[in-house]
Design a protein around this ligand. Sequence first.
Ligand code: 4NP
Length: 152
Amino acid sequence: MKILMVCLGNICRSPLAEGILRKKTGMENTRIDSAGTGGWHAGEHPDKRAIETGKQFGVDISKLVARQFSVHDFDEFDRIFVMDRDNLRDVLSLARHDDDKRKVDLLLNADQPGSNRSVPDPYYGGDDGFVRVFKMIDEACTAIVKQIHQNS
Ligand code: 4NP
């Protein structure tokens, strides 16, 4: 199973989602990556606050490097989880056909099916926003791992 996590900058939410899901899946046969719909932070490590929050919960994302989502990601990945509705719109705008579109869903629909809720963007907020975001992503990733086990 190949899973891509997507947010806007690829320096806050999606690197946390990548790190959290990697930790939960361990050595299983999965490939997990993350990307941003925007390219402004490409080549950078995650935001310091995201790194610190990950560290607090035992998830090391300090070595990850941001990159921009591209249409080729539809070929590379089985599932593409987006953090918010803007990401959803931007990723779907690059989809070439229904098979591409079917791979894409809001991350929080993994543990709250049909809720269509967004993971809030913590970039402009305080540190507590990052902890809240971490917990939301963590619960969704637990549900994803459960689904992987059910389907294998
Ligand atoms: P992310 O957060 O999408 O969770 O990585 C953001 C990072 C950077 C910006 C916005 C959101 N920015 O505007 O630079």
